[in-house]
Design a protein around this ligand. Structure first.
Ligand SMILES: [Mg+2]
Length: 442
């Protein structure tokens, strides 16, 4: 007997100017005006809302070049507050999950929703309700694209963002809709088309998504590999990308950041390496894995004069797979000691700007194997792991720069390697000191 499956339907939900919108949740008076969110160390703009984009501020513009523009247009500028964005993101995802049985969290502000089965059952009404309730309950304006494939849903979302009349919802549920939508979508805006494919397709005279979908399949496969072919099929309405429900565990974890100021002294670099090591180890404890290798890198800025440039890195095998910060730190410092240049008196000291720590070759924490080179007392190790659990509980969901408990080596006189966040907004969701006072008992 033949069984006919109901045709699939995907929704792609995406927060509008997510970081900027989060910043205005607790400051609604800023909502209509221009808002910018700055990168780490407040160096350049990484997110702009619509009014800020209208002032021709581009992603990556250096903030100090915008001083006059910011003052003249009263642009609200914020340091990036990733704990707050993460909190709002998980609230938004939980909100979406009330509407569908299956969903894929695609990024901090995007999710694919399984809307199969709603085709004949008020898809538009349901989609409209998701958009409206997210704005009402989470205070997050979103756009929702709905279509029979993931790539088409993503395209529909893009169009929902540009066409104000659609009020945040764009549905593709017939072939004529599909053709109409793809004709409106520039080739550069198609999901998965990077700069090099864009160039290749423009050379072939392909300017929009519809023209791409009309290219011969064989040509696409030959020039753009099987991934390009999959995208081509998806745009032609053949679903070949499934929802990825579970995020696969990471294969390695890395923390890499530029410093607020360049540093020359060993203690300053040590503070950064210890802090990044704790950040990596925390990520490992969260996913229940232990690392078997440790990599440390330090570098100066990219400069034109070669003699001032220095890039050094080292990697080592750990004697026992671990995710305990205190156990990892001596190894991190040992590597750094080997990396740190030995200066002769009076010699020019390198101005280091960045450090990176990577923990790799991960194994599940309950599948660790003993090693004959491991000399640590197992009872001592258990005690340290218990202590670590207490530290994690105290620090809770706080991010790297606002933890209550930290290692002594992280704190130096100048604190030049700590992140600069002079325009940080408050976080009433996870910081007790930032809670909002609604009324007071007398
Ligand atoms: Mg977005």
């Amino acid at each position: 007997m033949m069984t006919t499956k109901a045709p699939k339907m995907f929704g792609h939900a995406d927060g509008n100017s997510f970081y900027c919108s989060v910043e205005t949740i607790y400051k609604p008076w800023l909502r209509e005006g221009p808002v910018i969110v700055a990168s780490n160390n407040d160096i350049c703009a990484i997110a702009m809302n619509k009014p800020a984009k209208a002032l021709d501020i581009k992603m990556g513009t250096i903030l100090s070049d915008l001083t006059d523009l910011i003052r003249e247009n009263r642009i609200a500028t914020f340091s990036s507050n990733y704990e707050l964005y993460g909190e709002v993101s998980s609230r938004m995802m939980r909100h979406f999950s009330q509407y569908v049985d299956r969903m894929e969290v695609y990024s901090i502000d995007e999710a694919f929703l399984d809307l199969t089965g709603f085709q004949n059952n008020g898809l538009e009404k349901y989609g409209r309700e998701i958009v409206r309730s997210t704005a009402r309950n989470i205070r997050m304006p979103i756009c929702l694209g709905i279509a029979p494939t993931k790539a088409l849903a993503k395209a529909a979302n893009k169009l929902a963002k540009t066409d104000i009349d659609r009020k945040g919802l764009y549905i593709i549920d017939s072939d004529s809709d599909r053709v109409e939508a793809l004709k409106e979508l520039a080739i550069a805006d198609v999901w998965g088309i990077g700069d090099s494919y864009e160039e290749l397709l423009l050379r072939e005279g392909v300017e929009n998504a519809y023209q791409f979908s009309c290219m011969p399949q064989k040509w696409v496969r030959k020039k753009m590999t099987v991934m390009g072919e999959r995208l081509w099929m998806e745009l032609n309405g053949v679903s070949c990308l499934e929802l990825e429900m579970m995020l696969p565990d990471k294969k390695e974890v890395c923390t890499s950041r530029a410093f607020r100021h360049t540093v020359t002294e060993f203690e300053e670099l040590q503070a950064a390496v210890v802090r990044y090591l704790d950040s990596c180890a925390r990520k490992l404890r969260k996913q229940g894995s232990c690392a078997q290798t440790l990599y440390v890198m330090i570098r100066t800025d990219n400069r034109k004069d070669k003699w001032k440039e220095c890039f050094r890195s080292l990697k080592m095998e750990l004697p026992f797979p671990t995710h305990t910060t205190s156990e990892l730190i001596p190894y991190g410092i040992e590597l750094l000691k080997k990396l740190y240049p030995r200066y002769r008196p009076g010699q020019y000291k390198y101005e280091f700007r960045k450090a990176e720590v990577t923990l790799g070759k991960l194994v599940p924490e309950n599948a660790r194997q003993a090693n004959i080179y491991d000399t640590t007392d197992p009872v001592y190790r258990q005690k340290m792991e218990r202590l670590q659990q207490v530290v994690d509980e105290v620090n809770g969901g706080l991010n790297l720069d606002s933890r209550y408990l930290r290692m002594g080596a992280e704190i130096t006189k100048s604190n030049y390697t700590a992140l600069q966040r002079n325009m940080l907004s408050e976080n009433p969701l996870s910081n007790w000191d930032n809670r909002i006072l609604i009324g007071q008992c007398v």
